[in-house]
Design a binder for this molecule. Sequence first.
Ligand SMILES: *Cc1c(COP(=O)(O)O)cnc(C)c1O
Length: 387
Amino acid sequence: MPKPVYLDYHATTPVDPRVLDAMLPYFTEAFGNPASRQHAYGWQADEAVVHARGEVASLIGATAGEIVFTSGATESNNLAIKGAAHACRDRGDHVVTVATEHKSVLDSFKKLERDGWRVTWLGVDSDGFVRLDELRNAVTDKTVLVSVMAANNEIGVLQPLAEIGAIVGAAGALLHTDAAQAAGKVPIDVNAMGIDLLSLTGHKYYGPKGAGALYVRRKKPRIQLACQIDGGGHEQGLRSGTLNVPGIVGLGRAAAICRAEMLVESTRLAALRDRLLEGLRRELDGLRVNGSLERRLPHNLHVSFEKVEGESLLMALGDLAVSTGSACSSGSQAPSHVLQAIGAVGDQAGASIRFGLGRSTTDAHVDFAIERVTTVVKSLRRAMAAQ
Ligand SMILES: *Cc1c(COP(=O)(O)O)cnc(C)c1O
């Protein structure tokens, strides 16, 4: 087993070999610019982009004409949030988001706040969910945009998007969702869920880094966005710049693979995740799962260990590539804003680990993780008790 064992699939995923195979010709012999309308090099590249657009659209129940290619979810979030707010400025000055969002969403809203928009920052309950009555009370006829992530990148909680979509739609506002963690992992249907704008990124679902997309609803209603990158008018004028053809081909192929394999793979990963949790619970007490266990990504587990200090845990877990964080504000690491929002921080909160399982994760990897974590946590607790 190569070390460290990679259990950090929320940070990024490797490119699937089938995706790489699809991409490679577009670096070399099929290198054309899809904007070149006069010759076969351009037509060939354009054909590949058209095909990928359809594959990305199919993953989320959209149509090809509703997909705008970007450099990733950070850019998609910026374009969706700033683009929609600026385009709707004459209709209202109020926007809504949630405390547990990704930094690229939170900082886009902070920018809007500095530029004169009124922002409502919704909290979440102890399971990590947006409270629907709080959302209902927040939206008014001055609300133009609500942004709620599909799946949280730390605790994996899946927000009730269909219910949120109904509330936002009834208020006449637009719903944006950051689906960087959810796309390709759990079913998403932009129409059934009432989603108007959706961000996704290739490197979270076994595609390449630096390739992503923004879904922009074209019908009922047709959404206007203020473009954030001016230039040659690519992507229906919403995002100028020569298309990253190999990246886009990879984004599309990765979407098609996820769509075909989602059901089987998510069942497999949920069983592995449950094996991991059962193993940790069998060996350790003073363990808390952060976020709802019922409605979360199948491959995510986020646990806090009481009476353990974050930095020592990180140092002792060298054979595991996981993301660790402090749930306790006394250490030098600041507690995560997500754990803060669910009320899982404080002097007794201990240290936490985010496990993200993925395509190459096996029983043996999970058993190794259980053994490493239980050994380290027990020894850190013994050392602490001896002080
Ligand atoms: C990774 C991630 C992003 C950023 O995506 P990039 O493509 O790396 O810019 C945004 N939101 C969430 C929830 C993420 O997990």
